[in-house]
Write a protein that binds this ligand. Structure first.
Ligand code: T5A
Length: 224
């Protein structure tokens, strides 16, 4: 699953670094990503921060349809909307950033599709992976960090925010259990798991250390 080992064989072939945070709703991905970006800026780097689905006009339109439009979507329709968003984001934002040597920090990437649309919705995993590869040209993050947290704890954090749940958050408990199990079991050389059911600072420190261990020239204390 590392860059270059995709079914299409194209991988990232880039000079930049591509890291995606993953996990169920409320795991803390967005907050950790913003803190990572802030800390990198403090070192003089300018990371590109993206969220999925989203990040381009087409991808934001797909996000609106997936999460907020009143229409019911079949599992296949939902999948292809996520992939429309991803294909556009990869082509217009992620690949150019990596080719110019930048750090890309993503709030979800294709591991989410495998966990939500295959494990959660029940679509065939091999077919989902084939469709993903078409959308991304085989691009894979150098590292996925899965923030592990029990479903109930993630939902409690979301409830505390008081925001109205979107369509995926409103799915039945069985769906959320299958998604959480798929994240828990996700394993590959480019997938790292971190316990996120802890104080924010403790999660952040471990995340930063893990990144500094793998990408010392970028996530080090030396500005440049
Ligand atoms: N989806 C996405 C698919 O089905 N398939 C796909 O291919 C893709 C890409 C996107 C939805 O789309 C689905 C998954 C999602 O359901 P979204 O709103 O973009 O939806 O993403 P969510 O993951 O739903 O975002 P959340 O905001 O719910 O979760 P986060 O980002 O993991 O959590 P975060 O950082 O916003 O934190 C939530 C709350 O917890 C607090 C924060 O301050 C915040 O209030 N918090 C902590 N509290 C205590 N201790 C800590 N350690 C904390 N860390 C954060």
């Amino acid at each position: 699953l590392t860059a270059g080992s995709s079914p299409l064989g194209s991988g990232s072939a880039s000079r930049g670094i591509f890291v995606s945070l993953e996990g169920i709703e409320g795991a803390g991905k967005t907050s950790q990503l913003l803190r990572l970006a802030e800390r990198l800026r403090g070192l003089g780097r300018e990371p590109v921060v993206v969220r999925e689905p989203g990040g381009t006009p087409v991808a934001e339109a797909a996000r609106q349809l997936i999460l907020h439009a009143p229409h019911d979507l079949s599992a296949a329709s939902e999948l292809f909307l996520f992939l429309t968003a991803r294909a556009d984001l990869v082509e217009r934002v992620i690949r150019p950033a990596l080719e110019s040597g930048q750090v890309v920090l993503a709030d979800r990437f294709e591991l989410s599709t495998r966990c939500y649309q295959a494990a959660g919705r029940g679509l065939d995993l091999a077919r989902v992976e084939g469709a993903i590869a078409l959308a991304t040209g085989g691009l894979q993050p150098d590292l996925y960090v899965v923030l592990d947290i029990p479903v109930e704890a993630g939902q409690a954090r979301q409830a505390a925010e008081g925001k109205a749940p979107d369509k995926i958050e409103r799915a039945d408990p069985g769906f959320h259990r299958r998604v959480a199990e798929a994240f828990r079991n996700a394993a590959a050389p480019n997938i790292l798991h971190l316990s996120a059911d802890r104080a924010f600072g403790a999660v952040h420190d471990e995340l930063w250390d893990a990144l500094a261990g793998r990408f010392p020239l970028t996530f080090s204390g030396v500005a440049g």
